[in-house]
Structures are given as structure tokens and as C-alpha cells.
Design a protein around this ligand. Sequence first.
Ligand SMILES: Cc1cc2nc3c(=O)[nH]c(=O)nc-3n(C[C@H](O)[C@H](O)[C@H](O)COP(=O)(O)OP(=O)(O)OC[C@H]3O[C@@H](n4cnc5c(N)ncnc54)[C@H](O)[C@@H]3O)c2cc1C
Length: 321
Amino acid sequence: MSQYHVIVIGGSASGLQACLTFGRAYLNVLCIDSGYPCNRYAKESHNFLTHDGSSPAQIIAKAKEQLQKYPTIKLMEGTVRNVCKDVSKEAVKHPFRVEVDSPKNGTSNSFMASRVLFASGLNDNVDKIPIENIEKFWGNYVIHCPFCHGTEFRNGKTGIYYTNALHLKFMLPTLHNWSQDIAVICPDDVYGSLEADFVSAMQQKSISLHKGRVVKLEPRSSEDGRLGRAILDDGTAIELDVLYTIPPSTINNKEIITKLGVELDEMGLIKVSPQQKTNVEGVFAIGDNTTRMRALAFVVGQGMLAASSICHEILHERWNA
Ligand SMILES: Cc1cc2nc3c(=O)[nH]c(=O)nc-3n(C[C@H](O)[C@H](O)[C@H](O)COP(=O)(O)OP(=O)(O)OC[C@H]3O[C@@H](n4cnc5c(N)ncnc54)[C@H](O)[C@@H]3O)c2cc1C
């Protein structure tokens, strides 16, 4: 059975950066990826130095091209089905067994590693958001982050639809930087919990406030696929260029991760130390599954950090052997 210093689960932004660091330190790394990064819906990525405006696929293709010159990096298409830790003496050097289904030949394989790194991201569960047509607009006209896509909608007709009042209170002053033409849409409970001061600040800034739920999104026309309007549950139509919302994201592979004994935090993300270590010895995690700071630059930084921590551990073990 093949043995690796590290197996990285997830070969997108965070995972591939970790691989680059391992490859440059001559550690044997296997990176397994099933090919569904969360940003695959977006036509363009922004705010990532040297790649502002590139598509997510272009960024990954460039990363893979640059990894080719490092012979200890192996990239594999596949889906990790299980990870278990063998604590017996025989398995002391490579205690992790990672089981992988390969899409190419439909076979399953197992690989052993001394460390595992979960870079396997989030599922935004967009299909579970009860808004008709949301999948057509998600990532391009329905967005979650002004730092990623706000500039493209500067001064545009901006809708804000949060099902949590704290998100609204935190984000509204920030989003007001990108456009002053704002419609806030609040479900009943959020609407009812807004303080008079906050509502009056919205009025002073000519922000329109609507009570209701967004039930449908429509394009500008049958020829123009850009977002045109949001329809509320009472039938009100609000003209929009962009709608901000927060999807009900959950970590991928929750069962595999928790079965290993890895702890999650109160938001359901993987709990990690400043070196990206989980509470289970040898298990590390990076990327969106560990942070609400969802941005390429940030998760790439985590990839470098975790990989260098793992390199230090392995190289010190080698020194002391
Ligand atoms: C719509 C959208 C647009 C965005 N736009 C921007 C932007 O413009 N600029 C910016 O800085 N950030 C942007 N972000 C945020 C950025 O995309 C994420 O922070 C980043 O992709 C997270 O990287 P990651 O490696 O943690 O996870 P992901 O990129 O989500 O990758 C996780 C990978 O793990 C794989 N995987 C999961 N489970 C398994 C398994 N069991 N076996 C094998 N592989 C597995 C998946 O297939 C996937 O390829 C955007 C996010 C979204 C949702």
C-alpha cells in the first residue's frame, strides 16, 4: 500500500498551496480532489494578488501547472470516503489510512500517511435556499462578499437579504460603501428585532426597508441573463443589479471528520490551533472549513502555514530518529 508523508484532502486553493510547500520541502504528498470547489459558480475571482479577474478554473489550472515541476507531489482525482487512524505500534509511522473512490475506473484504493490535512471546504447548500432561480445567479449576481465582488456593482441597485439581524447590522454600514442605492429585505422576525435608531439611520440614508421573504429571482429579460429583480412573498418586485445573502453553509465530510474525533466549533467549523492543528494528533485543517474569512488570499496563507508546521514536525522527527 502506498505511503505518504501527508495526504491532503481537497485540491483547491488552500490544498494546492499546501502541496506547493510540501513539494518544495521534498516531502511525499498525495492530494485527492473531487473537483467541486465552492467558487466554481463564479465567472471571475477578485482581490487575489496577481489573479484579480481570473476565473476560479484559471487559478487552479495555473497552480497545477506550477506544481508539475515538483516530483514528490501527486495529484489524484477521486473522493475520499473514509479516514481512520490506526494507533497500533506497527502503524506508528503512517497511522492514517485514507480510502478513496476513483471516478476513472470506479475502483477504491487505500493510502497510508503520517499526517492528514483536510482542505475540503464547505458546501454552500445553495440548492436548499428556498428562492426560485437562485442557482442561476449565485456567485455572479447573488453574492456573499463585497471584497470579492462588490466593486463590480459599484453604485448598482443593491439588495440585502439576511435572515439574521446581527449580519444585517454588521454588514449594512460596510455595503453602503459600494452603493447608496440599497433595498434591505427582512423576514418578519428580523424586521421586528430592528432597533428604532437603526431603522431611522436607514431612513436618513434613503435606504428602503421591505418586510418579507425573497421567493424568486428574475433576469433582466429573456435575452439578458443578468439579475433584474427579486420577487417577495407578497408579490412586490424590487429592481436589483445584485443581491447580498449568506448561504446556509456546512463543512464537507462532517461524518469522516467527526468520526476521527476532530472537534468542531459553535459554528460547525473545524476547531484549529494557530498552526492549523486539530485536537487529533496528526490531523490538520485549512481553508473555508476552519474560518468565516472566506477569501483566496486568506486560505492560501493557511495552506502555507499548515504545511510549514507539518514540515517542521516531520523533519524534527527525522532528526531525532
Ligand atoms: C461563489 C463564490 C465566489 C467567491 N469569490 C471569491 C473571490 O472573488 N475572491 C476571493 O478571494 N474569494 C472568493 N470566494 C471564496 C473562495 O473561493 C474560498 O475561500 C476558497 O475557494 C476556499 O478554498 P478551500 O481550499 O478551503 O475550499 P474549496 O475551494 O471549496 O475546495 C475544496 C475542495 O475539496 C474537494 N473535496 C471536498 N470533499 C472531498 C472529498 N471527500 N474527497 C476529495 N475531495 C474533496 C472539493 O471537491 C473541492 O475541490 C468565493 C466563494 C464563493 C462561494
